[in-house]
Structures are given as C-alpha cells and as structure tokens.
Design a protein around this ligand. Sequence first.
Ligand code: GLP
Length: 242
Amino acid sequence: MKVCVFPDAHSAAKGAAVCITDLIRGGSIRVLGLATGRSPIEVYRYITEQVTAKKLNLSELESFNLDEYIGLRAQDPSSFHSYMQNRLFSYAKLRKTHFLRGDVRNLLSECHRYEREIARAGGIDLQLLGIGRNGHIGFNEPGSAHDSRTRPVMLSTETRTANQPDFPVGQAVPKQALTMGIGTILEARKIVLLATGVAKSLALRDALHGPTSRDCPASALQRHRDLTVFVDREAASLLDTK
Ligand code: GLP
C-alpha cells in the first residue's frame, strides 16, 4: 500500500488524476473501474481537460461504474449514469461504458450480467474508489462481506443523508442500490483510493490501520497487492504517515 498525502483536496485529486492518466498513456490500462461522488469530480475534470487538449485518448478503453441506485432510470438527472455523462463521457469518448441498470425488473440477473461483462472484458485494470464516511466503498455498507459480489444492497441512513445534496429538494435518495461487491472490487489489478476532508479521517484510519473487519468495508483494501491512496492532510490527520 502506498499513501500519498497532499496539502489540500485539489492537489490530492490532481495527484490521483495524473497517476491514472500516466498509466493510461503507458498502455497498461484497458478497462477502468469508475466511482462517483464529490471526490472524483476534479479527477474527471482533469481527464476531460487532457482529452480536450488531445493529450489523452480514451477511445480504446472500456469502463465499469461501481454502483447505481435502484429505481432510477439511467436518464434520471440524479443517477450515477447521468453523473458520468455530465462529468466525463460527454467530453471523452470511450470504446464502451458499462453501467448497472437500477430500473430493470430482475435485479439479481442484472447483477450476474454485470459480473459476466466484467469477466468478458478481462477484468478491471484500475479501479478508482472514494470512501464513505462510514467506510463504505461503492455501496458496500458496514456489514458487507469482504468476498461479496455485485448485488442489491440497502443504503444506510448515513449514506442517504450524505448523498441527499445530489437530489432535487423533495426527491428522497433511494433506499436501495446495486453495487459491485467488495470481492469484485478487490479483483481489480490496481486500486486508486481518493479521500479528502476531515469527515473521512476516521473512516480512512479504520480502513488503512484498523483490523480487517466487516464493520469497515474499506478495510478489505489492506489485502490488495497494488493499492495507492491519495489523501489531503485533513483526511490523513489520524493516519500514522511517518
Ligand atoms: C457514494 C458512492 C461511493 C462514494 C461515496 C463517497 O456512496 N456510492 O462510491 O465513494 O459516496 O462520496 P464522496 O466522494 O462524495 O464523499
């Protein structure tokens, strides 16, 4: 595990973005796993700038997003599908983008389909992750098994509250979602975790220095052989980074 501490959130996101774009240019990344939320916004902005300036080409890449709310159509402005369209895919064309569909009738077969698509693509070369304040990764909430696969999950009140700003006033955050499992995430060949802000300091300490436990889904990342963590000083404030 490599932990890179930056003075502020902007430079931490830039560090993660440069790491990812350098690996893409180097030709070792063909399948990207992508995250949503506030943390990766600046990563996608940097990637978009690089593509617009013709310094980066994503046209040979495939992507898989981590998760999607159940009950939202892909076109819903609050869906993670819309998030990715608005922040990356409208500016940077990939060969193929894959999403979990939260609006299908048979959710379990949708999850099995997704796992098959990931396998068919040859697995994920680099998975970008954020971390929830309660240590969730994707939508794997505390209590999730570390060998879990893509599946429907219940969202915690804490997660729904944290994500409420992404929804219009009066529209509740869905109670359920589809998410890549922790076992699915751990199969990525490289993982880049980006965490900024003091609100993530406890989750990060538990994830990186606590026991590997179902109570902290992100603690499963300790077992990964190629994890790079990008943090700002605030999120790293409880880490032993000597
Ligand atoms: C959501 C997403 C996660 C993300 C987390 C933290 O729950 N499903 O993938 O890591 O929020 O998001 P943020 O970066 O906004 O704190």
